[in-house]
Design a protein around this ligand. Sequence first.
Ligand code: TEU
Length: 578
Amino acid sequence: TPVTPWWKDAVVYQIYPASFKDSNGDGLGDIPGILSKIDYLKDLGVDIIWVSPMFDSPQVDMGYDISDYEKVFPSYGTVKDMEDLIEACHSRGMKLILDLVINHTSDQHAWFKESRSSKENPKRNWYIWKPPRYDAEGNRLPPTNWRSYFSGGTWEYDEPTGEYYLHLFAKEQPDLNWENEETRKAIYDSAMRFWLEKGVDGFRVDTVNMYSKGVEFLDAPVVDPKSYEQPAWLYYANGPRMHEFLREMNQKVLNNYDAVTVGELPHTPDIKKVLQYVGSGDKQLSMVFQFDIVDIGQGATSKYNFQPWKLPLLKGIVAKWQKFIEGTDGWTTVFCENHDQGRSVSRYASDAPEYRVLSAKMLAMMMTALTGTLFIYQGQEIGMINVPKAWSIEEYKDIESVNFYKATAESTNNDKETLDYVMKSLQILGRDNARIPMQWDSSPFAGFTNRKEGAWMRVHDLYPEINVAKQLNDPESTYSFWKSMIRFRRDFRDVLVHGSFEIFEPDNEETFVFAKKHGNQTAVVCLNFTNAVQRVEMPTDGLSFRVGNYLDSDALEKGLDGTGRVLRPWEGRLYMSR
Ligand code: TEU
């Protein structure tokens, strides 16, 4: 029988370096700060640490704009600090993975500086340059009408050489030209081998399905008549050479190391397409992040136009990505938070004072009972919640949010109602909800920094109530619940990490009931997603549960009631068969 790869049973913890822990009092997190908390993570039950970009960068997009893959952003530390971190992980039996951001670089990367210097430069072709178009009146137009992620178009005109370059994200993040073999070789050497040789255990692969753009650069159809730029991911995501590039990357680089890859796969709801990436026979990626769960509530043509939704949507998405690998050799991920998303308690449950702890534990139970490699984002283990509703746009730092607010203000002539709705949407979906400093204790600035002026971003007003120090030794805390659920998941890994999935009452809008099965063992999970008491019918046919053999996310009161079970508000229960 084949051995299970080490990363399947793993619990991965994502660290956002700017906001995890500041060790030197400059208001920004750093690598020595991460080192100081490594035993905290080990104790929680973390197997793999994923560090978001800590490479040298002008920080236009929080380090996802890399100016040198082989250097560390000075405020975060040095390459030596990273070597120490790798060693610290390995000596504790943990692994470390890095972000691999190779769809684009910073415009300050030496490669791009050369590329933009002249049309004859040998690196001209390392990025995607196109001549302008002209309309009937002779006005200059960009090569296509594509909309970028951070508002405005995807093409920036570069005066000195009279051409446009492509940038799917900020204009300071030019897209690399993957069609060019020399570019690919340079990427493999600089962004990958350099760090693999230092012992990193793999990568979270940023926007992995965007390397191969369509061969033809065509205009996207108009779905938003108010704007010139149109959503265009159909034209640049999952392009024709995607799988070829990933096979090459494995052959030339990854296969020489026991490295794991988890690719980010936006705009890909199609199961068959996803399976092409994660089938283990055709080695491309170990697993991917499917976006459906984190896209919940986003507007169709504009992300920050929040759309209310009901529980069956979430349940259907969970069920879809639980079932899609059954009968295949593929693998999947379990996650509902990262640095690009609002906090799960605020988005999927309730962050009201009386419910937020219950909610956080209920979600922890859901996540730890699902099949796939489990990813937790910093602060999720203590139930951190979204920024307060009263915060104004001035508190937001994320380029996507700030640009969107500005663009909306411009296009609506500062229409108050529209801008209020943008603020409401940002407070639910905005990326900064996850980027505020980690809440360590109740000392000033949540113990994140000892800088007099505070941290680079405002600390959550509720940090005295929601913080690590308060929860560490409290057996009833969110942290303690996560810790025990992670152990429980490990003890019952066959059924929880690898088991098959079955959903009950998919249309029920109040509760989420599912079963996990492996051999003759079954786990039944009942989750209450409301503020009210709910009765659930448990699928107990032919199963025998030892009374008391269950885990409860709400230890206050445990009521068994005939065939059905009564769940208190936001309570979760997990019953394990004998
Ligand atoms: O995100 C890529 C991505 O697919 C976007 O949908 C992302 O979710 C973003 O919020 C835009 O709406 C990755 C990183 O996770 C993100 O932080 C970076 O800004 C982006 O790539 C560019 O590198």
